[in-house]
Ligand binder design. Structure first.
Ligand code: CP
Length: 323
C-alpha cells in the first residue's frame, strides 16, 4: 500500500488485509511491553490543519508503539498563520525526513493533492479531509463491528449479513462517506437516516437505502446503529428547526435504545454532542462501543502505518514481531 486516501477505491482484499493486520497489532497491545521494533528509523509526521483529539493522539500512539519517530505539526501556532502554503509546509516536513505524512485538512482532496502532486515522496494517510473521507475511522468502525459480532473468529471475515444504520448529519460527514463505501465493500447492508436537509444531493448513486424516520429504521432491526455528530461548525444555514426538535426526531434516546434488537451495538465516532444526537443513556450503555472504537483505532492505525512503511517486503518479520 503506497497511500491510504479513501475507502471508495479501497479493494475488499486490501481492506481485509488492514483489518487482519490490526488483529495482530491488537494482540500485541495486551502484552507487558507493547512496543514493537517494526518501524525503527522511520519518521511519521502528523500534519493537522483541523482540530482533533482521537485521530491525532491515536496516530501518535500507533507510530510510537511501532518505534517510529513522530513529529506533530498543528496549523495553529505555525507559519500557516503567516500564509505558508500546503506545498511549502509539506516540503519543509519532507526535508526533515518524513517517511509518512498523516494529514487532516479542511479542504476535501488535500491528501490526494499531497500524494499525487510530486511535492513529497512520503506515503500519505488521510486523517479526514473536509466533507470527503476519513478512511481510518471507517476501518476502525468495521474492525469494531467485526470484533463485536465475530470475536476471535474475525480474521478473514467480511461483514456480509450485518445491517448497519447510520443516522444524522450525513451531508457534512466524511465518517459517513467512508463508512458507506467500506461497509458496502465488506458486504454489509447500509441504511442512512437523516432529515431531508442533511442528505447529500448525490446520494442516489451510493450503495445505501435512505430512510427519513428513525423509528422506521429501528423497526428494521439494525445490528449496529452509528450516530453521527451534528457538525454545527460546518453549518451556515438552518438545517433543522431547533436542536430540541432534531433530538426528538433523530436523536438516540432511552426509549429508542430499548427498542433496538438484543445484541445490537451503538456506535459514535466522537466527539459526541450528548443530549443532541445521542443521549447519555445510549452513550454509556453496555451496547455502546464508543470507547472500544477509540481503543481499536490505535491497532488499525498501527496496521495502516505498518502496511505503508514496512509493506509486503517485511510482512513476515513484522508479523513475527506481532506474534
Ligand atoms: N472521530 C474523530 O475523527 O475524532 P477527532 O476529531 O477527535 O479526531
Amino acid at each position: 500500500m503506497r497511500h491510504l486516501l479513501d475507502t471508495r477505491t479501497l479493494a475488499r482484499a486490501d481492506a481485509l488485509r488492514v483489518l487482519d493486520v490490526a488483529e495482530d497489532m491488537r494482540d500485541t497491545q495486551s502484552r507487558e511491553i507493547r512496543k514493537l521494533p517494526t518501524l525503527r528509523g522511520k519518521t511519521v509526521v502528523n500534519l493537522f490543519f483541523e482540530d482533533s483529539t482521537r485521530t491525532r493522539i491515536s496516530f501518535e500512539a500507533a507510530a510510537k508503539r511501532l518505534s517510529a519517530d513522530v513529529i506533530n505539526f498543528s496549523a495553529k501556532g505555525s507559519s500557516v498563520s503567516k500564509g505558508e502554503s500546503l506545498q511549502d509546509t509539506a516540503q519543509t516536513l519532507q526535508a526533515m525526513g518524513a517517511d509518512a505524512v498523516v494529514i487532516r485538512h479542511g479542504a476535501s482532496g488535500a491528501p490526494q493533492t499531497l500524494a499525487t502532486s510530486g511535492w513529497i515522496s512520503a506515503g500519505v494517510v488521510n486523517a479526514g479531509d473536509g466533507t470527503h473521507e476519513h478512511p481510518t475511522q471507517a476501518l476502525l468502525d468495521a474492525f469494531t463491528i467485526r470484533k463485536r459480532f465475530f470475536g476471535d473468529d474475525s480474521r478473514g471475515r467480511d461483514l456480509a449479513g450485518l445491517k448497519v444504520t447510520i443516522v444524522g448529519d450525513v451531508l457534512h460527514s466524511r465518517v459517513a462517506r467512508s463508512n458507506v463505501w467500506l461497509l458496502s465493500t465488506l458486504g454489509a447492508e447500509v441504511t442512512l437516516v437523516a432529515p431531508p436537509t442533511l442528505v447529500p444531493q448525490d446520494v442516489s448513486a451510493w450503495p445505501v437505502r435512505i430512510v427519513y424516520d428513525l423509528d422506521e429504521a429501528i423497526d428494521g432491526a439494525p445490528d449496529a446503529i452509528m450516530m453521527l455528530r451534528i457538525q454545527l461548525e460546518r453549518m451556515n444555514a438552518a438545517y433543522f428547526p431547533t436542536e430540541r426538535e432534531y433530538s426528538r426526531r433523530w436523536g438516540l434516546d432511552a426509549a429508542r435504545l430499548q427498542r433496538l434488537p438484543e445484541g445490537s451495538i451503538v456506535m459514535h465516532p466522537g466527539p459526541m454532542n450528548r443530549g443532541l444526537e445521542i443521549s447519555a443513556d445510549a452513550a454509556d450503555s453496555p451496547r455502546s462501543t464508543v470507547l472500544e472504537q477509540v481503543a481499536n483505532g490505535v491497532s488499525v492505525r498501527m496496521a495502516a502505518l505498518y502496511l505503508l512503511l514496512a509493506g509486503e517486503r517485511e510482512t513476515t518479520h513484522a508479523e513475527e514481531d506481532a506474534r
